[in-house]
Ligand binder design. Structure first.
Ligand code: FAD
Length: 284
């Protein structure tokens, strides 16, 4: 289908983009890589009067270090994230998960910020942002504010962003020296996750010293498997203790029943995939 008519603006600075969005009001939308928004427009599930293209704003792109944090511009594409050495060194979980997103064409256009702002419960990167304790920096007409990932995803396709705010960058505490694995269960290669598990661990002297686990598609928002994390810390990095901890993976989840899987099957998958993800991350 053809989208409804809209005006199009392509500012070259963040200030201009914020101004354009606030002047256009709640009827406007920003467009990043367009990989999720364009299908929505074509199906006429949304018909904004104005589209504000963030693609010509250099300050929204790139990866840099800021002390103990890695800072990733919202408009950095999946392809750029995947290949960035700083990401590989200091946020291996993000690099691993981004490798599994869609296909090369989508990864060349889609952006890290766009994926988080879209907040699809089946998307891979929200669970990673949650597991890594990301902070999301937003700019609006009233200035800049920082939102913890735990507060950012509020419901299906819904975030804490105000309609007049633009997601500017994502700050990730470095997990240098940690090992990570993203275990994704889907029916065909390059498809969306039916369930997926983002795991990062720091192993010290054969013991799990720290653990982070995030779950994709186990609720209307990404879920942090805190019971698993607590059960892992202080335990030997062995198959047995990892399996025992992973048995807690479905606690507090409310996954949907849909054409791919029902709730009980997703909860079973969460346990199995958590065991695999943590074991792979820990090198067991
Ligand atoms: P857009 O489509 O441009 O925008 C999406 C939404 O976010 C819009 O509402 C827009 O207004 C808002 N938005 C975007 N950027 C900002 C910002 N900076 N500030 C405020 N709001 C913003 N994803 C996965 O995780 N796993 C997959 O396996 C997967 N498979 C896919 C397969 C296909 C065929 C396609 C087309 C997409 C797939 N995706 C998958 C989604 C992909 O990762 C998209 O890139 C992502 O969901 C949206 O990013 P985008 O930059 O294209 O955002």
């Amino acid at each position: 289908m053809i989208p409804a008519a809209f005006d199009y603006v392509a500012p070259t600075t963040l200030d201009d983009a914020v101004r354009a969005l606030s002047e256009a009001g709640e009827d406007a939308k920003v467009i990043a890589g367009g990989q999720s928004l364009l299908p929505v427009l074509r199906m006429r599930l949304a018909a904004p009067s104005v589209l504000i293209d963030l693609g010509r704003i250099p300050e929204l792109r790139g990866v840099r270090e800021d002390g103990d944090a890695l800072v990733i511009g919202a408009m950095t594409t999946h392809y750029e994230v995947q290949r960035d050495q700083l990401v590989r060194d200091h946020a291996a979980l993000l690099a691993e998960a981004t490798d599994t997103v869609a296909d090369p064409q989508v990864r060349h256009r889609g952006t890290f910020g766009g994926s988080l702002a879209h907040a699809d419960p089946a998307a891979d990167l929200p669970a990673v942002a949650l597991a890594l304790d990301a902070e999301l920096v937003a700019r609006g007409p009233n200035g800049t504010r920082t939102i913890a990932a735990a507060e950012f995803f509020t419901d299906f396709f819904t975030t804490a962003l105000d309609p007049t705010e633009i997601l500017v960058e994502i700050r990730l505490p470095k997990t240098t020296g940690w090992r990570a694995h993203y275990e994704k269960f889907n029916r065909v290669a390059q498809a969306w996750s039916i369930v997926a598990v983002a795991a990062a661990v720091r192993v010290d002297g054969g013991m799990i010293a720290q653990a982070r686990v995030g779950l994709t598609n186990m609720a209307s928002v990404p879920v942090r498997a805190t019971a698993v994390e607590q059960a892992l810390v202080g335990q030997p990095a062995s198959a047995e203790s990892i399996r025992a901890a992973a048995a807690h993976a479905a606690e507090g989840t409310s996954p949907p029943t849909d054409g791919n899987a029902d709730t009980a099957y997703r909860q079973h998958l969460a346990q199995v995939l958590t065991s695999r993800a943590v074991a792979a991350a820990a090198g067991v």
